[in-house]
Design a protein around this ligand. Structure first.
Ligand SMILES: NC(=O)c1ccc[n+]([C@@H]2O[C@H](COP(=O)([O-])OP(=O)(O)OC[C@H]3O[C@@H](n4cnc5c(N)ncnc54)[C@H](O)[C@@H]3O)[C@@H](O)[C@H]2O)c1
Length: 464
């Protein structure tokens, strides 16, 4: 099915090529009309945790969408109507694919069929904590190869300020097309909070920074159909930094509360009680909670995109560096607390059997990227412990760039729990029955205060 029809010379406004803004820009007016009557075709590159939900919202809003990925496992799975993301329903995929509203493909020549192209590819760090831009650059190259006049390109991947102008624009302009006239370019960060039932894509305002006001206007018109509110800022760089500021704010505050937790452990004060009490202040305080270390694709990574860029300006982002130092040391702290707890029971960590509860990086999701559980399992192995894990959402440890963990989730039975010297709660999934876990475990080391409601067997619980 070819959805793309070439923009004809008759695509003029008011019949004489003058838009009501007084600007001769037939491509702008053509796309504006297509967006208004929903005949515009959406394109989404990268069908992962960000891209696939975006496709779902675009299709629900009435657009036909082409999804692009280099991973044939994903495109094949979609073609078979099978979801690979927990909160995306397989039936929805099957229905939408069968209706023809959603096509997933690895054929990037079909990019020319799309009117609006959203880029949702990974932006990880390399081994030196510098931005690994190869996915974004590869995608830009593929778009440039097939770029046609009138297309809107939206970068959604989290990145450093300057990416859209310095990295994307030169590649997309290489065929001689002029931005703001022949094609339109914006940065609009993804802000999804997976597993958060309170805020969905629709209710989270969408920030947009366009290369020109017309670029921003088109993106705003497109996204206004799936987001309740769009927020236009003055430039792509302002939008790029907005996303980083949000995540740096979280990263720094989590580091602060992690440091306070370690102090509270020494002072024998319950940090969780203190945070709950502080949170009763109706202004000027927002609770953040300690944990075993940062996880997920965003908070442990994004701040370093800014530290890297800041070096170009001879600037050291000290808050980010310090927060990174504290947060990455938390798994070591947890292991130290576990060792002390075992020591109390005259057991060394070497040779101990330890069950890690939760492999996902946060509660009620199946995403293990950068999960502190992976680092903890590695440290436990390094210290000679025998390790198993349980995670209701992760039956098998996925292959990761950094970690090779060949493990399967074990069943949580009373016998299994009794067989471990320690149960280490890393991810506080709400489906766990913590009273049952404490009842049958010999020792529970709790990094999330997940056992706060358990009354029986409290002498077996150690906070870490
Ligand atoms: N996951 C989140 O909650 C979240 C939230 C906000 C922002 N982000 C940002 O969004 C971006 C995407 O994150 P994600 O979690 O969806 O990643 P993901 O790994 O789940 O998905 C990325 C997809 O892109 C595909 N891909 C890689 N290179 C490609 C290429 N050249 N062409 C086409 N497809 C390609 C991969 O195969 C994968 O399917 C990142 O920049 C991330 O920082 C993620």
């Amino acid at each position: 099915m070819a959805w793309y029809t070439r923009t004809s010379a008759t695509n003029k406004v008011n019949g004489h090529g003058i838009s009501n803004r007084g600007i001769v820009n037939s491509h702008f007016e053509t796309l504006r009309r297509k967006l208004a009557d929903k005949t515009a075709i959406g394109g989404v590159i990268g069908l992962g945790y960000v891209g696939l939900p975006l496709v779902q919202h675009l299709c629900t809003a009435g657009y036909r969408v082409l999804g692009f990925d280099i991973d044939t496992v994903k495109t094949d799975s979609i073609a078979k109507g099978k979801s690979y993301i927990k909160h995306i329903d397989s039936q929805w995929i099957e229905r939408t694919v069968n209706s023809g509203a959603f096509v997933a493909t690895t054929d990037f020549s079909r990019l020319k069929e799309a009117d609006c192209i959203s880029i949702c590819v990974p932006t990880p760090l390399d081994e030196h904590n510098a931005p690994d831009m190869r996915y974004v650059l590869d995608t830009a190259d593929r778009i440039a190869t097939h770029l046609r006049p009138g297309q809107l390109v939206i970068l959604e991947s989290t990145t450093y300020p300057g990416t859209t102008v310095e990295a994307l624009l030169p590649i997309l302009s290489r065929g001689g097309f002029e931005v703001g006239k022949d094609f339109f370019l914006v940065f609009s960060p993804e802000r999804e909070d997976p597993g958060n039932a309170q805020y969905t894509i629709r209710t989270i305002p969408k920030v947009i920074g366009g290369m020109t006001p017309l670029c921003a206007e088109l993106a705003s018109q497109y996204y206004a159909t799936i987001f309740e509110r769009t927020v236009i800022v003055s430039s792509p760089a302002a939008a790029e930094l907005t996303k980083l500021v949000e995540n740096i704010f979280r990263c720094v505050n989590i580091a602060l509360v992690n440091e306070l937790k370690m102090l509270c452990d020494r002072m024998d004060i319950d940090i969780w009680e203190v945070i709950d009490a502080a949170a009763t202040k109706p202004f000027g305080y927002m609770p953040f909670y300690p944990g075993p270390g940062l996880g997920g694709h965003c908070i442990p990574i994004d701040p370093f995109y800014l530290s890297w860029k800041a070096r170009e300006f001879g600037f050291v982002t000290r808050f980010i560096e310090l927060a990174g130092e504290i947060n990455t040391s938390m798994p070591d702290y947890v292991i130290h607390r576990l060792m002390l707890a075992l020591n109390e029971r005259a057991k060394p960590l070497r040779g101990a059997r330890v069950l890690v509860l939760g492999l996902a990086y946060k509660r009620d999701v199946d995403d293990c990227r950068e999960s502190p559980s992976l680092r903890l399992i590695e440290l436990l192995h390094d210290n000679g412990a025998q390790v198993d894990y349980n995670d209701p959402y992760v039956p098998q440890a996925p292959r990761m760039r950094k970690y090779r963990i060949e493990m399967k989730s074990i069943a949580l039975t009373p016998e299994a729990l009794r067989g471990y010297d320690a149960v280490l709660i890393v991810t506080d999934h709400t489906t766990y029955d913590y009273a049952f876990i404490v009842e049958h475990a010999q020792l529970v080391v709790d990094t999330r205060n997940a056992t706060r409601g358990v009354t029986a067997g409290r002498e077996k619980i150690v906070r870490a």
